[in-house]
Design a protein around this ligand. Structure first.
Ligand code: MN
Length: 243
């Protein structure tokens, strides 16, 4: 392993073509030569089921990712809170491997914990209740049994409700819980955590049981977008050039 790339929270949608273009440019200009691309959730603004692969944007995204994989950069895809219904058919079309949340990888000798980040936001109990429900088999089975159009409408409705909820919640509730971060690092015997979801890109340092740890938070792609690059020389957050 020479170089690994981490991205999350692209929230790709037909409604934001600039982010889609930035992502395709990233795959064509930055990803080549990387030993791995990790997409840590919320690649899509929403995902209603793999039978929506015929949607033009979805098909183009799958095609670009498949090209990246074919050119020698394995693509690892983790679910986010928006695209948790991404399944086998999409991964096959995209040449991607679905990544469990959490997953531990060895990065140049450092055990690194990869998460989307939503499970760390334990202060947002309303969200955690919803997460438990929608990640369950019963909810998913019932949802996926609905016609495509009805699912789309329902996802858009859920999304606008969550946006309204977000505006009503104090910002601190929307961030990770410090104890949950420690518990995750301790539980997986890791000294490094990489996650997205909060849209608060940063490198935080902390000490867990006397060990120096770090937490890297990925940026979203609502603006120009960016990525985290890991090489033997270290980790760095990189902004994409302004369009
Ligand atoms: Mn998210």
């Amino acid at each position: 392993m020479q170089r690994a790339l981490f991205i999350s929270d692209l929230h790709l949608t037909g409604a934001r073509p600039a982010a889609n273009e930035a992502f395709f440019a990233f795959l064509e200009n930055v990803a080549p030569g990387a030993d791995a691309l990790y997409i840590l959730g919320d690649l899509f603004e929403y995902w209603v089921g793999d039978d929506d692969l015929a949607d033009p944007l979805n098909a183009v995204v799958a095609g670009f990712l498949a090209n990246t994989a074919r050119n020698g950069t394995p693509v690892h895809l983790m679910h986010g809170n928006r695209d948790f219904l991404v399944a086998e058919a999409f991964c096959k079309a995209a040449g991607a491997q679905l990544l469990a949340d959490p997953t531990v990888v060895d990065l140049f000798g450092t055990r690194t914990l990869l998460m989307h980040g939503d499970t760390l936001c334990t202060d947002d109990t309303a969200y955690q209740d919803w997460r438990t429900l929608c990640r369950g088999e019963a909810w998913q089975k019932a949802f996926l049994a609905e016609p495509l159009e009805a699912r789309r409408a329902r996802m858009l409705e859920l999304r606008s409700r969550s946006e309204a909820d977000k505006r009503a919640k104090p910002p601190v509730i929307m961030d990770v819980n410090e104890a949950a971060v420690r518990e995750a690092l301790r539980g997986h015997a890791c000294t490094r955590l990489v996650h997205g979801h909060t849209h608060r890109p940063a490198r935080h340092t902390l000490e867990v049981d006397g060990r120096a740890c770090e937490r890297w938070v990925l940026q979203d792609w609502y603006g120009r977008g960016g990525y985290l690059e890991a090489t033997a020389a270290g980790m760095k957050l990189v902004n994409l050039p302004a369009a």
